[in-house]
Design a protein around this ligand. Structure first.
Ligand code: ADP
Length: 272
């Protein structure tokens, strides 16, 4: 199916179910209750439906975490970055990350590296065209383009044309099937570790939503989604190691932070 007939197909399906005043989600849940669909299939089906409401911005790797290389650098530097980060596709930029001019794939660098070609040559001869999507792009559409154009990576741009981040096929598939650990993924520390007696250790990236749902720690913000972002917003700068905040009857202590991020936070009840 092409992209157009794909979305027409889905529209038809939605309309069939909407006619009866039910939506597709309810039908799927009913089918689960009746034992017609297995639990793990239900969550995948529901995840597929929620792709409609998920944008590139929601799932992208932010520009600060992108492994990217300069157009004026060398293929040796790009190869080193691939080895260092384990990422096989490296965006190449002109002057700043806001100007991505191509993507170098590890597969395209192997032949020149192995055949003794000049390792100091720039990566430009080995670049593929970048595919750009706006932050607001629905990821179901991005997935369709990945399929039809046989691509795996998109550069996400903000409304001013600057680079916001990147999204790969794996990020979208993870939205459907859950986290995929590939052989190069570093094992990420648990976002929330329960230390007992009401004490928690949080990674700075812990989502506020997860704290509210899983631990009844309700911290709301219009601006940020993570605990690291929340404490940074509160302090008006990146908080320092050892700094403490009293919030929602608990003490939040910055356990580790570097110049750019809050890495871990200890949470304890005020009474201890
Ligand atoms: P790879 O195996 O080459 O890292 P995947 O498409 O499997 O590529 O992506 C795995 C994860 O790594 C995804 O979350 C993706 O967004 C991220 N990723 C891929 N390429 C880069 C890159 N150049 N810089 C930062 N993150 C990347």
């Amino acid at each position: 199916m092409d992209e157009g007939s794909d979305s027409r197909f889905w529209l038809k399906i939605f309309n069939i179910f909407k006619k009866n005043g039910h939506d597709l989600e309810e039908h799927i849940l009913d089918a689960k209750d009746d034992g017609e669909i297995r639990g793990e299939d239900v969550s995948m089906l529901l995840n597929i439906l929620s792709l409609r409401d998920t944008t590139a911005e929601d799932i992208m790797v932010p520009r600060t975490d992108m492994a990217a290389a300069q157009e004026s650098g060398t293929i040796r530097e790009v190869a080193d970055l691939i080895v260092e980060t384990g990422h096989s596709r490296i965006p190449i930029y002109r002057e700043t990350r806001d100007q991505i001019v191509g993507i170098v794939h590890a597969k395209d660098l192997l032949p020149p590296m192995l055949s003794g070609a000049d390792q100091n040559q720039p990566p430009t001869a080995f670049m593929r065209e970048p595919y750009f999507v706006p932050e607001t792009a629905e990821i179901s559409g991005v997935l369709n383009t990945f399929r039809s154009e046989k691509m795996h990576l998109a550069i996400v741009v903000d409304e001013y044309g600057g680079t916001a981040g990147l999204v790969t096929l794996e990020d979208i598939i993870e939205e459907i099937v859950g986290e995929i650990e590939d052989e190069h993924d570093e094992t990420r520390p648990e976002d929330v570790q329960d230390l007992g007696n009401g004490r928690l250790r949080l990674s700075g990236q812990t989502e506020l939503e997860d704290l509210a749902e899983g631990h009844d720690i309700i911290l709301d913000s219009e601006q940020v989604d993570t605990i690291g972002g929340y404490l940074t917003e509160l302090a008006g700068r990146i908080p320092l190691k050892g700094e403490e905040f009293t919030l929602v009857d608990r003490r939040f202590i910055i356990e580790e932070a570097d110049a750019k991020h809050v890495l871990t936070v200890l949470v304890e009840p005020l009474t201890t």
